[in-house]
Design a protein around this ligand. Sequence first.
Ligand code: GLN
Length: 504
Amino acid sequence: MSAITDLTAAQLAASIVAGETSAVEATQAYLDAIAARDGEIQAFNETYPDRALDRAKQLDADRAAGKQIGPLGGVPVAVKDNLCTTYGRTTCASKYLADFRAPYTATAVAKLQAAGAVVLGKANMDEFAMGSSTENSGMHATKNPWDTGRVPGGSSGGSAAAVAGRLCAAALGSDTGGSIRQPAAFCGVVGCKPTYGRVSRYGLVAFGSSLDQIGPLTRDVKDAALLTNVIAGHDPADSTSLPNSVPDYLAQLDEPIKNLRIGLPTEFFPDSAEALSPDTRAAIGKAIDAYKAMDADIVEVSLPHSRIDVAADGAISSFAVSAYYIVCTAECSSNLARFDSVHYGHRTKDAVDDIVTMYSRSRAESLGEEVKRRVMLGTYALSSGYYDAYYNKALKVRRLIADDFKSAFRKCDVILCPTTPTPAFRFGEKTANPIEMYMADIYTISLNLAGLPGLSLPVRLSESGLPIGMQLIGPILREEILFRAARMYETTNPANLVPPMVMT
Ligand code: GLN
């Protein structure tokens, strides 16, 4: 096993700056790891070995010439396949966009590159980011490096599996309802969804525009802070990006927060093994004890409109999940309307007489079931007569959810809860019932509705050896509190999560 692939992004960048490792060596080490193991994990949809090595050579030459190569100088990364790049394809893991070449590069990717990162390739995902297991990918199924019979989570499953499986030093994902945090939890890595608007969405193929946010998946909290430093900030190309200046998330990272007030939402600890598995409950309980040992104050808070309901027959429901599936499907039905098979996208080879048949046949041939389901649900929710009954009602619930968080943050600095109800599930376990799959995000979805930042941190392994994630939630634009609180935990309770297949 190569030592290079064990380093965090920050450690690797430091070793390249110090001249102990070169960018070319680092890139080659990861390309070798991909060649050796990605046949099994299948985290990538496409890799760019020649481009990556050329870029690494340039960085080494710049360093030799005394130039600054940036805080991620020579660090090999993966980016989710819904982030546009002028090189290679941007497919959103959809057969519809299988040959799409973007005319521009997403701001977040451009910023990573400007900071010296070397993009190795595009990571697999659920088609158009719709899903929680990467099983909805139109390309192939990505395996969880901890147990290849299990899903890596989704929709940023390729990014999470690549970071966990030592196939890249760090990765970018996108999170609309949990798609960074849930796969991070399943794969035992750190995942951060910044505040809505903190990172430019320019060049991120839109799914639910009022919910989508780009963020990092990394080996540790320091790397998450480092990558967020690089990608955050206002971008005139995205009118929803926030104008606020970005603090240096690394500046006080290692300073523990004194008397940190941690809120535990009573509604997020339901008495049901389906909604909260016993090993997840136990792991979160131990994490709470660890914070108590660090003199944190634990307070109860209430998030009534995000509450998890368990019916007598065991069925799980949540207002937040219901509201989310109205809002995100409505937005996706509008966003996906641009895929007309004229400007771009798959076009049917059949001879058709009229344009409507051309649209419907092209889409029917190349879009997956889940994408079709969401476009139909969203179109229905927005149609006249149903708009008030569904869409407007969901917006009202969304406001109530956001208000609950505001009240909760009067009593605490961060909120702590599980990231997911259970550790990674098996392939096929939830594909027959979309509602069951939707419930994989009961702990993550309400943050997107409220626009709040959230971070998933691996805390320990379950009895069957699978990673368990803890979610920390912060007030709007207070990512630094999340990073510091997570770092406090990480430095005193290192999880040291290395998936077994890397060791063999
Ligand atoms: N699993 C959720 C969904 O299917 C969230 C996806 C995401 O965050 N992109 O919509």
